[in-house]
Ligand binder design. Sequence first.
Ligand code: PLP
Ligand code: COI
Length: 371
Amino acid sequence: MTDRAGAKDSSSLEFAISRRADAVPVAERTRILADPGFGRVFTDHMAIVRYTEGRGWHSAEITARKPLLLDPAAAVLHYAQEIFEGLKAYRLGDGTLAMFRPDANARRFQQSAKRLAMPELPAELFINSIREVVDVDRDWFPTVDGGSLYIRPFMFASEAFLGVKPASEYLYLVIISPVGGYFKGGSPAVSIWVSQDYTRAAPGGTGAAKCGGNYASSLVAQAEATKHGCDQVVFLDAAEHKWLEELGGMNVFLVFEDGTLQTPPLSGTILAGITRDSVMTLARAEGLTVREEPYSIDQWRSDAKSGRLTESFACGTAAVVTPIGKVASPSGEFKIGAGGPGQLTTRLKQKLVDIQHGVAPDPHGWVYKLG
Ligand code: PLP
Ligand code: COI
């Protein structure tokens, strides 16, 4: 869908900015920012850009965050033509804000759009939309330790039409949530439930796209995990029910006693995590071996028991790098290492976080300064 009208020549679209007069009062905002949780509170403004077939991207604005008026026949409400991204803005040591690898999110957003038969948003427009709304809402940066601005760009089919076809009208928006940690209490290590009955994605499906439908179908498995006292669910492959894929909202890594790492390959059924890619790059730069190869649930159990596997961790924008302490399934549970954060997990997390916050040099050009 790269050749849809306007997808190429609208990259430098200007945003009309209208600041709201009824912004959240400073005292209330200050109270919220001391303990924002994750994804429950939002800044005062949002970015919005419209797409109309034949006209392309247009009417870019930064405006008050407010409910949207949607026709009940809007295609997204019926056929789930929707995609999203998740990235963070961090505060650097000098007080300025920076995003982490937004170009990679922009690219993935285009790939998700292609899979969902949606128009591709130019990368420059994606990055500009975020820059503009962060700039207007920069006073919303949380004061809680480890806080950041979680940025949620998303796009959906707004055309009112019940035929099953790609819509001809879309809305693209960016909202921002000031956040602390994703896991309650900062969880030194999380527990994982192995989903036996549900799979997340099959070959040829939408597993590699960041579309809302993938998450809708994961909820019942996540609820099962919660029922069994686990923090997250891990999905196995759809064909054999044997190979580790990913968690509901994170990629997974295994660490072995010989100091090597392994992570499931990008087979088309999992999300190509930007944190996953960053962790692999950091590990390889240290001289470590990282394999992108299938790993079975039985192997995980036996390697954890024999001590061949010493650590496991989940990673993603929201979760950063989170140690996995325990894996549970209907056939019993097993502990990873001592059940807490392992050495390599802790070191790689620190390296990543230090780059994101401008504490360490940025040899890969990942930090995108917002000023
Ligand atoms: N896998 C899934 C299903 C996710 O939702 C996420 C989060 O975005 C990830 C993996 C990790 O991706 P990233 O590191 O780009 O945030
Ligand atoms: C992210 O990490 O950005 C995600 O989209 C995952 C979600 C669990 C918040």
